[in-house]
Structures are given as structure tokens and as C-alpha cells.
Design a protein around this ligand. Structure first.
Ligand code: NAP
Length: 487
């Protein structure tokens, strides 16, 4: 496949830029040629989005909703094609890829209807002739930058609200996973999205850096690693008007209390550790287990994981050789006797980047295995004695993206859940997402919130999960207008 940039409504000639090769991590075979976009091409894409903004932001909500629905329908019609390419490009299982295509479609459908039903607030003032209300106006051109672990799902989670709220954009997927973004650009042509409204450019980190620094970019919605987030903040520090939403790395804790339903807890903790071969920012990669059930839990957990997560069947390959080597280097830090499952994978794999699930005993919370984001099929298990100790171990991390709490005790759900330093706390479940719930991390896991309603601060209870979060809309700016008229 030859991937080409999508700028101002058309695909540029594949030969216009230097290119690099994309490989299938499951087989190490070449699958696509990706352009390395020049700064001139980035400029063309941003200029196109800038020129398209006045007309697009003036379209009615109903018109934008119709475009989003048409995009969702068109992806749905090519669902399997998207899923197969996502699996080949990223290394994930086909089953996992299908779920993510479903969720990409849901991103467009959600924002297509959200904008039709949005409300605003009006407040009374002491002066009875004056009411205040909130009006959100579209802000301009956004840079939408996504990582390689859930390529289509995360890119569409940015593109859909950007379009829905009347903004235009330039999207850049990770250099490692460009193919489904290219298929999406074909869909933009098919539904006749007006030229320039959404542009997609390909390339490496320097392409992303050119994009965020461009003077016409009004805001950046970025998902990726914490170090890249810091770099983006540095690169845009002088552009004070640029709105930044940074969704960054995580090293999330799973806490298993002694009153948890053991079989259900094993299942949730295993999914949280090994889904998408551990390449999800929200994965629970350090499990803390109450001392009284530690041995029972661990033995069931090891048995369940070894039976359920089989490389090549229910577990995909990791994204690249560089990432394989990174995960491998962490595994070499563990002592042989600490491996309850798995082991150090071989050096220089030739037939894809496969790593079997690894479960490691760990009693040192300061170990890099407990502190650093490995982003692979690796989980540590450690015991705790008291609730206080569990909270302190979980919070002893520079990250604060998510946490998983496994307990039947309703009072403990709140008592512990509210003290965990995490943007999102799942209770007795994991990865349950409702797109209206604000999403984002604390500490080194990011700034800003994506999704959500118009509430500024919220504490939301679900039947199955608790979300502790504050909200910031990524693509709109809230302006307060004062109405001063005789009533
Ligand atoms: P990454 O290296 O930070 O890259 C993310 C994106 O940023 C890629 O498109 C990348 O392009 C681009 N980029 C690189 N340098 C840039 C720069 N200086 N300016 C602008 N853009 C730049 O992250 P990754 O390795 O792809 O993804 C893994 C990380 O993402 C993990 O840390 C994971 O936790 C995090 N993540 C977070 C969330 C969340 O919601 N919080 C969700 C998923 C993943 P190239 O790839 O072409 O270099």
C-alpha cells in the first residue's frame, strides 16, 4: 500500500515526499510506504484547514451532524477492511481490532448526536435586567496527534469532536500505524467532506513538531508519551493562546481487597494487564493484593492468564523491534525466581515481535518494574496489609491516569476511590467507557480533559464504575456574554 497525505480534499502524489517503510509486527513483513512530510507540506495542510474554518464553523449543527453520521456509516460499511488493516499494522489481534473499529464508529455517532442536544446555562444576577449565559464558539484549527497503540480509535476520538464543534484540523497518526488513517481519508472523500476541513499528514516526530509549532494552530489535542507531551509544551510555551490537551502515559494500579469476588477479580485484573498485549495507557500493570488472599489470588491469576492469553491467538505482537527490545530490557532486570509466568524473550526475533505474558513477584515499589511504564504484556504482583498501605502504594507513582479497585464494600469504593490519585477509577470493571465522561490523567499523565459534558467539575457514579474527574472541552472555548436588556 502507498500512503499519501490528504490535504485540502485530495491525496497528494505518493512520490512527492521521501518515504519510509511500515511493517507488520506479527510477521516483520513490509506492508506500506509512508511519506515523511516536509514542513512545506505541513504548512499546506494547516493553510487549508485555516482557509476552511470560516465556512465550516458557520455550518449548522444539523449539517455537521449529518457529515459525522455519514462518516460513521461509511466506516461501518468497510468495517472488516479497517479491522484487518489495523491488526496487520499494529500487531493486535483481529478480535481486538474489530472492537476498536466499533468504537471509532461510536466516536462519530456520539458527537453527531451530542451537538444536537447540547444545552447552555443561564444565571441570574442581582440586577434583574441582566442574565448571563455561556456561549461556546469554535476556536479554529487544531493539531490532532495520536499514538500507535489504538490508532483509529484514538485518532477518531479527536477528529469527531473537532468536526462536530465547528473546528477544522490537521491530524497526524504515529509513523508506526498510518494505514487506517489513510482509509479514513478515503472516507472523507466519499462523504464529500468540504476540502480543507480535515487534513491528514504522515511522518515522524519532526512532522508532529512542525505541526504544533505552526502559527495558525489554535489548539493541540495530543495523546502519547509524557516526554513528548513535555516537548510539545516547551515547543508551544511562547504561543500563549494555544490550547493544550495532553493525554500522556500511565502506570496504573489494580488493588484487590480480601472481600472481592475472587474469580471476577482475577478476570478483570487479567484483562486490565494483558488486553492489547498490555499496550493500553490504562492497563493495570501493577497489582496490589491483600495479604490474606495473596497466594490464592496469585495462583488463580497465573493459571487464568496462562490459559487465556496465547500469543498469536488471543495476544498480539508488540508494535516494533525497538519496543520489543525496550520491554525485554525491563524483563532482564527481574530475578529468575520472580517470574511466576513467562520469561525474558529471545534477542533479535526474526518472525514477528511476540512476547508471552509475564507475571512478576515484586516487593520493591521503587523498582523500575513498578515505577516505569513498560507498555507491554508485563505485570507485577505485590501484597499489602492495610487499606492505608494499598492507597499509599498505588499513589507512589509519578503517573496518575487510572486505577482499578476490586472490592464488594460500597463504603470502601468511595473511601479508597476518592483518595486514589488517578483521573479515572474503575470499580469491579475496567475499560468501561461512556464518552460523556471526562477523560484524562493527573500528575505526569496529562493536563486537560477530553470528552465530557459542560460541567466544570463532576463526581460521577455509575452502576459499575466511579469516575473522579474534572472536565475541559478540547475543541471549544467558553466565552461568557452578558445580556443587558430590558425584560
Ligand atoms: P509518542 O512517542 O509520544 O508519540 C505520540 C505521537 O506524537 C506520534 O504521532 C508521534 O509521532 C508524535 N510526536 C513525536 N514527537 C513529537 C513532537 N516533538 N511534537 C509533536 N508530535 C510528536 O507516543 P507513542 O510511543 O506513540 O505512544 C505510547 C504512549 O502513548 C504511551 O506512553 C501511552 O501511555 C501513551 N498513551 C496515552 C493515552 C492516554 O489517553 N493518556 C492513550 C494511549 C497512549 P511518531 O510516532 O511518528 O514519532
Amino acid at each position: 500500500m502507498n500512503i499519501s497525505n490528504f490535504i485540502n480534499g485530495s491525496h497528494s502524489s505518493p512520490s512527492s515526499s521521501p518515504s519510509f517503510s511500515s511493517i507488520n509486527p506479527q510477521t516483520n513483513e513490509f506492508i506500506a510506504s509512508i511519506p515523511l512530510s516536509s514542513s512545506q507540506e505541513i504548512d499546506l495542510a494547516v493553510q487549508a484547514a485555516h482557509a476552511a474554518f470560516p465556512r465550516w464553523s458557520a455550518t449548522s449543527r444539523a449539517q455537521r451532524s449529518a457529515y459525522l453520521t455519514a462518516i460513521a456509516d461509511a466506516i461501518h460499511a468497510r468495517h472488516e477492511e479497517f479491522a484487518v488493516w489495523e491488526s496487520r499494522d499494529q500487531g493486535k489481534t483481529l478480535a481486538r481490532a474489530r472492537v476498536e473499529v466499533d468504537r471509532a464508529i461510536a466516536n462519530f455517532r456520539y458527537f453527531a448526536t451530542f451537538i444536537l442536544h447540547e444545552t447552555s446555562t443561564a444565571r441570574f444576577t442581582p440586577d434583574e435586567r441582566v442574565l448571563t449565559y455561556e456561549h461556546r464558539s469554535a476556536r479554529g484549527v487544531f493539531a490532532l496527534i495520536s499514538p500507535w497503540n489504538m490508532p483509529l480509535y484514538l485518532l477518531t476520538w479527536k477528529i469527531a469532536p473537532c468536526l462536530a464543534f465547528g473546528c477544522t484540523g490537521v491530524a497526524k497518526p504515529s509513523e508506526l500505524t498510518s494505514i487506517t488513517a489513510y482509509l479514513l481519508s478515503e472516507i472523507f472523500v466519499q462523504v464529500r467532506l468540504p476540502p480543507g476541513v480535515m487534513n491528514i499528514v504522515y511522518g515522524d516526530g519532526s512532522t508532529g513538531a512542525d505541526l504544533v509549532r505552526h502559527g495558525f494552530i489554535q489548539g493541540i489535542s495530543f495523546t502519547g508519551g509524557t516526554q513528548t507531551g513535555i516537548r510539545i509544551r516547551q515547543d508551544t510555551a511562547a504561543d500563549i493562546q494555544k490550547h493544550l490537551s495532553l493525554e500522556l502515559g500511565g502506570k496504573n494500579a489494580t488493588i484487590v481487597f480480601d472481600d472481592a469476588d475472587l474469580d471476577a477479580a482475577v478476570d478483570v485484573a487479567a484483562k486490565a494487564a494483558f488486553e492489547n498485549q498490555g499496550e493500553i495507557c490504562l492497563c493495570g500493570s501493577r497489582i496490589y493484593i491483600h495479604q490474606s488472599i495473596y497466594h490464592q489470588f496469585v495462583s488463580k491469576f497465573v493459571e487464568h492468564v496462562s490459559r487465556t492469553y496465547i500469543p498469536g491467538d488471543t495476544l498480539g505482537a508488540v508494535i516494533s523491534l525497538a519496543h520489543y527490545n525496550k520491554i525485554r530490557s525491563y524483563l532482564t532486570l527481574a530475578k529468575q525466581e520472580d517470574f511466576l509466568l513467562g520469561g525474558v524473550p529471545p534477542e533479535n526475533p526474526t518472525n514477528g515481535y511476540w512476547i508471552s505474558p509475564c507475571i512478576l513477584k515484586n516487593n520493591d515499589n521503587q523498582s523500575p518494574l513498578c515505577q516505569e511504564e513498560i507498555f507491554g504484556p508485563v505485570v507485577t504482583v505485590s501484597p499489602f496489609d492495610t487499606e492505608e498501605e494499598a492507597v499509599s502504594l498505588a499513589n507512589d507513582s509519578k503517573y496518575g491516569l487510572a486505577a482499578i479497585l476490586l472490592t464488594k464494600d460500597g463504603a470502601r469504593m468511595r473511601r479508597v476511590g476518592e483518595r486514589l490519585q488517578a483521573g479515572l477509577v474503575w470499580v469491579n470493571c475496567w475499560l468501561v467507557r461512556e464518552l460523556g465522561t471526562p477523560f484524562g490523567g493527573m500528575k505526569a499523565s496529562g493536563v486537560g480533559r477530553e470528552g465530557g459534558s459542560i460541567l466544570k467539575m463532576c463526581f460521577v457514579w455509575f452502576v459499575f464504575c466511579i469516575a473522579l474527574c474534572s472536565m475541559r472541552c478540547i475543541v471549544c472555548e467558553a466565552n461568557i456574554y452578558l445580556l443587558n436588556r430590558d425584560i
